[in-house]
Every structure is written in structure tokens, then in C-alpha cells.
Design a protein around this ligand. Structure first.
Ligand SMILES: NC(=O)c1ccc[n+]([C@@H]2O[C@H](COP(=O)([O-])OP(=O)(O)OC[C@H]3O[C@@H](n4cnc5c(N)ncnc54)[C@H](OP(=O)(O)O)[C@@H]3O)[C@@H](O)[C@H]2O)c1
Length: 340
């Protein structure tokens, strides 16, 4: 098949493109040229901004795509512009969404109150009732637009009967190239020979859904290749969700860290410390549907995934790394440890 990938050159995209080429597909990546990746030589590049996609219709006709894979649809407008160009040119779309569509995300971030949503989240779990999740958190995601809304992206694609869509809801993705450096906060503490990492107990016990980038990319490539995915929505996540304390312990074992994870009740944390989210709400996703319908399973074990991630983190440029909100400053942590 010929796959037209919008994006494909930053973090998850290059792994997806390589997996598609390995499966024998022809791939064209459409991107601005701001990021470059080490992609197989057979991959064609078409340079442009997705906001101007309509100007590339003649180039897209030459590519003659079977499938459009939209790696970076953030807004309703993003989705509509792809539909307008591809509904008469491709027979299917695959789009990358996020677990942030679920209401559990807003309960977690104290945007919605009320009862906790049951986990694991399935594809039919309730969605957020308030749109534009990053409007109130610009400091967290400066690179994404204020009108970011994957719910509207999904809905816009779903409303177009001429271009059946596969929606893939991604978890927190880790691995080489992860510009969010998801585990770096823990790894740095281990590399700094910290004797302990102190977590407030509800955060120590909190479980979120993660996925290793090569496994996530394989799931995306599978959904592109398998026609049974048309019209379906799939969660992608590891089958077991570790707690934050378990992640720290697992990473610690990999790097031979001799320290301990110390979990403290909120009243023993420093007075200035506040839990920034409602950690009673777990964010675990059920990925049974893609496993059964498309016969997906992880090929890279967690051990190997962490080995590759840690090796990369130790050499990576982490200039854009934002330290975890839930970890104490070293001085505060030292002060607490003196009294335990
Ligand atoms: N990372 C996670 O944990 C996570 C979790 C949930 C969901 N997701 C979703 O996963 C998707 C993949 O993210 P990724 O960064 O790994 O994808 P990627 O496909 O590796 O990189 C983003 C691509 O988009 C291109 N791009 C950005 N703005 C563009 C524009 N205006 N016009 C044309 N091309 C543009 C970039 O190239 P140029 O810079 O050269 O234009 C790059 O190729 C996103 O939709 C994200 O929301 C990620």
C-alpha cells in the first residue's frame, strides 16, 4: 500500500515509518522540514505546512495514496483540512489521538469534580465534557495550540463517511527520542546517587497508562495495514500499569540504584507542597480490543524498552525537560529525610 504520513519525523513518527517500510509499504512523509529523522532511503519527503495542505493536491495525486496517516492532528481545522484533500484521494484515514480524550483526564487534573471514573478505561468510557484541555495549562505544553482538542479531531473525522477512519488513542509514550523525557526525573535522581526518592503516597500508588515507542509504533503500523481497523477506535497501552513507585523501583533495578522509594502521607510532606492533581483518579486503559481484533501484542519487553530508553536518556539533549511536578526539590527532600 502507499501511505501518506502527515508528520513522521519527530518522536513516534520515525518508528512508525520504519515499521511501515519493513512491512513493504511505500511511504511519503509530509512535514515542514523543521525536524529530520533517519528514515529509510525509499521514503519520499514532501515539504510543507499542513495548514497549506490544499496547495499540494497535485503532488498528492502523484503519490496516489491508499491511506493517510495523520500523526499530528491537534485541532478541528487540522482534521477538516485533511478530509477535504483526502476524501476523494485515499480510501481510509488512520489518526493519532490520545488518552486525554477521556473524562478521567479532567478528574485527574481537577477540571471536573464528582465521582471517579472506573478504570481501566475502555474505548466507550466517558469523554471530557469541557473542551480545550491545554488552555489552562499553557506552561505544560507550549508547543501545542490553544485550540488543541483531540475530541474534535476524532469527531470531525468520524463525521466524514467518505473517508473511514481508524482512531488510535495513545498512552504516555516513552523511549529514545521522547522530548517529554518521561522518566528522566527519576533517572537523574538515581544518577545523582540520591539515597531516596520521596513521593506523597497517593502519587506513589497512582497508575497511569504507558507504552514503549517501538511497540506503540508497531500498533499504529498494524492499524494502517489491517483493513479490519476501518471505522474502529482503539486504546493502545501496556497490558499492566505500574504504579509510580513501581516504575521507580523498576528503573532503579536497571541502573543498580541503591536508594529507596519513600511514600509519605500528605500531612508529612512539606507545608508548601501541594498535589497538583487528583491522584485518586487512575488513568489506566484497557487495550484488549486491539489485541483481540488486530492480534496486537508488544514485541519489545519492558526490560528491553527501559534499557534502550535509559541508554538514550543518558546521552540525550534534555534542555527542554520540565521536572516532574510531583517530586520535591533536593533540599526539601534532604530536610525531610533527616527527620525520618
Ligand atoms: N508522546 C506522547 O506521549 C503522546 C501521547 C499521546 C498522544 N500523542 C500524539 O502522538 C502524535 C505523535 O507525536 P510525535 O511528535 O511523536 O509525532 P511525529 O510524527 O514523530 O512528529 C511530529 C511531526 O509533525 C510534523 N509537523 C509538525 N507541525 C507540522 C505542520 N504544521 N505541518 C506539517 N508538518 C508538521 C513534524 O515535522 P516538521 O517539524 O518538520 O514540520 C514532525 O514530522 C501526536 O498527535 C500526539 O498528540 C503523543
Amino acid at each position: 500500500m502507499t501511505v501518506f504520513v502527515i508528520g513522521g519525523t519527530n518522536f513516534i513518527g520515525p518508528y512508525v515509518v520504519r515499521a511501515l517500510i519493513e512491512q513493504g509499504h511505500s511511504v511519503t512523509v509530509f512535514h515542514r522540514g523543521h525536524t529530520q529523522a533517519d528514515l529509510p532511503p525509499s521514503v519520499q519527503h514532501l515539504y510543507g505546512d499542513r495548514a497549506q495542505l490544499h496547495r499540494f493536491q497535485a503532488d498528492i495525486d502523484k503519490v496516489a495514496p491508499d491511506i493517510v496517516l495523520d500523526m499530528v492532528a491537534y485541532t478541528e481545522t487540522d482534521a477538516q483540512s485533511v478530509i477535504d484533500v483526502f476524501k476523494d484521494r485515499a480510501h481510509r484515514a488512520v489518526i493519532i489521538s490520545s488518552m486525554d480524550v477521556y473524562r478521567a483526564r479532567d478528574i485527574l487534573w481537577n477540571v471536573e469534580s464528582g465521582r471517579l471514573d472506573p478504570v481501566p478505561l475502555t474505548e466507550s468510557s466517558p469523554l471530557r465534557s469541557q473542551l480545550y484541555p491545554f488552555r489552562e495549562l499553557p506552561e505544560l505544553r507550549s508547543e501545542i495550540p490553544a485550540d488543541y482538542e483531540k475530541i474534535l479531531v476524532e469527531r470531525t473525522y468520524q463525521n466524514e463517511p467518505q473517508l473511514p477512519v481508524t482512531i488510535l488513542r495513545l498512552p504516555m509514550v516513552y523511549g529514545p527520542g521522547d522530548y517529554q523525557h518521561r522518566f528522566l526525573g527519576y533517572l537523574q535522581r538515581m544518577d545523582d546517587h540520591r539515597p531516596a526518592i520521596v513521593l506523597e503516597s497517593s502519587i506513589a500508588n497512582w497508575r497511569g497508562c504507558y507504552g514503549y515507542v517501538e511497540n506503540v509504533a508497531a500498533a499504529i503500523a498494524l492499524a494502517v495495514s489491517d483493513e479490519r481497523a476501518a471505522g474502529r477506535t482503539y486504546n493502545i497501552a501496556e497490558p499492566d500499569s505500574l504504579s509510580e513507585a513501581e516504575w521507580i523501583q523498576t528503573i532503579g533495578e536497571h541502573v543498580g540504584w541503591g536508594g529507596k522509594v519513600i511514600s509519605l502521607p500528605a500531612e508529612q510532606m512539606p507545608e508548601t507542597w501541594q498535589v497538583p492533581f487528583n491522584s485518586e483518579q487512575h488513568w489506566i486503559a484497557d487495550s484488549a480490543r486491539i489485541r483481540h481484533e488486530l492480534v496486537y501484542s508488544e514485541k519489545i519487553t519492558r526490560d528491553e524498552a527501559l534499557r534502550r530508553t535509559i541508554a538514550w536518556e543518558r546521552t540525550a539533549d534534555s534542555a527542554n525537560f520540565t521536572p516532574s511536578l510531583d517530586l520535591l526539590a533536593y533540599g526539601e527532600e534532604d530536610e525531610l529525610l533527616k527527620h525520618l
